[in-house]
Design a protein around this ligand. Structure first.
Ligand code: SAH
Ligand code: SF4
Length: 366
């Protein structure tokens, strides 16, 4: 069986090289070719010996998810639908801004955590993505955006300056593969992003937050969405397992290792559900001891969600309460909603293995 080298970080490639009787520095060369130059073919790797190139082409491949669709929104946001086999598809979104380019990366086909306001969660879950499928999203985005001709040997890993693990899936539920992909994002021989430019967003898997702190403490965003357990239990069901007290304690433990001196709390604004002034005040009390920033996300609609977006006035009033209490609060701009690329709208194609009825609901809604 051929080995997909896209599944390996620096350590994995070094082990692979040793196993096939090659010196460890070959791993660095391979990393650079694959990730910096966007090479998917051993033949172009001119500083490898001819015999090594031939050997590699018989035992290994650089295999990427296949692009099924590529849409550009009016505001320049770009969304790719990528096939990951067996009729499963995942989505990746690039958000260009004046000073940076952010890629929103998926970690699973669907999501088992079933937050009630999330299109991905409504679809059920099929499987974790492999390292190749996670890092392949960054590879594809950089390569596509670099607009180089096939065969041009130039560094293509420049367009994406920031990565947010906020696409489909719960990244910390696919811990090992996500951490290996993060290693590659941070590796100077691969993408060379700083830890503060790579953000993992989690709905609050407490033990995995502790492991991330130990293994790869990138910037952390936590999806809070409610100021008390009663409401959070309804919106983010994993809260029943890891309630707010435990979640906030995990945030405190994460902070000393975090690349920035704050945690970002995401808060989706659901009309009449969690957006009242009283909720904002309760929230202020809840997080008063945690250095944090808030990112308010106006709810992005999808069919049969059962929720509507808070009014702009409600969002502003909510923000004002947080700001007056001293918390930096931003309102996330909705990007790419004309191509269903906004937060929470990513649906891809999920052959649900957990709850097929939810899947048919989504199909009916499309
Ligand atoms: N599973 C992770 C990361 C993916 S979701 C998490 O839950 O944090 C990225 C962000 O989009 C999360 O904060 C999530 O709660 C939010 N989100 C989900 N559905 C949404 C929707 N319909 N509108 C706006 N934001 C949504
Ligand atoms: Fe999963 Fe995050 Fe969606 Fe919740 S919000 S269902 S954790 S992807």
């Amino acid at each position: 069986m051929t080995i997909n080298l896209l599944n390996y970080d620096s350590q994995g490639l070094t082990d692979f090289c040793m196993k096939i009787g090659e010196r460890p520095f070959r791993a660095k060369q391979l990393l650079r070719w694959i990730h910096q130059f966007g090479a998917a073919d051993f033949a172009v790797m001119s500083d490898l010996t001819k015999s090594l190139r031939e050997k590699l082409s018989t035992i290994a491949v650089i295999e990427l998810p296949r692009i099924i669709a590529d849409h550009v929104a009016e505001d320049g946001t770009r969304k790719w639908l990528l096939s990951v086999g067996a009729e499963n598809g995942i989505e990746t979104v690039f958000i260009p801004e004046a000073s940076r380019g952010t890629l929103c990366v998926s970690s699973q086909v669907g999501c088992a955590l079933a937050c009630t306001f999330c299109a991905t969660g409504k679809q059920g879950f099929n499987r974790n993505l492999t390292v190749a499928e996670i890092i392949g999203q960054l590879w594809i985005a950089n390569k596509t955006l670099a607009t180089v001709n096939d065969g041009d040997l130039v560094q293509v890993n420049k367009s994406v300056t920031n990565v947010v693990m906020m696409g489909m899936g719960e990244p910390l539920a696919n811990f090992e593969n996500v951490v290996t992909a993060l290693d590659l994002m941070l590796d100077d021989h691969a993408y060379g992003l700083s830890r503060r430019r790579v953000t993992v967003s989690t709905s609050g898997l407490v033990p995995a937050m502790d492991r991330l702190r130990e293994r790869c403490p990138v910037a952390l965003a936590v999806s809070l969405h409610a100021p008390n357990d009663v409401l959070r239990d309804q919106l983010v069901p994993i809260n029943k397992k890891y309630p707010l007290k435990e979640l906030l304690a995990a945030c405190q433990r994460y902070l000393p290792a975090a690349p920035r001196d704050f945690i970002t709390f995401e808060y989706v604004m659901l009309n009449g559900v969690n957006d009242k002034i009283t909720h904002a005040r309760e929230l202020v009390k809840l997080v008063q001891d945690i250095p944090c920033k808030f990112n308010l996300i106006p709810f992005n609609a999808f069919s049969n969600s059962g929720f509507t977006r808070s009014t702009s006035e409600a969002v502003r009033n909510f923000r004002d309460v947080l700001m007056q209490a001293g918390f930096v609060t931003t309102i996330r701009k909705t990007r790419g909603d004309d191509i269903a690329a906004a937060c929470g709208q990513l649906a891809g194609q999920v052959k649900d293995k957990s709850k097929r009825t939810a899947r048919s609901m989504i199909e009916a809604a499309q």
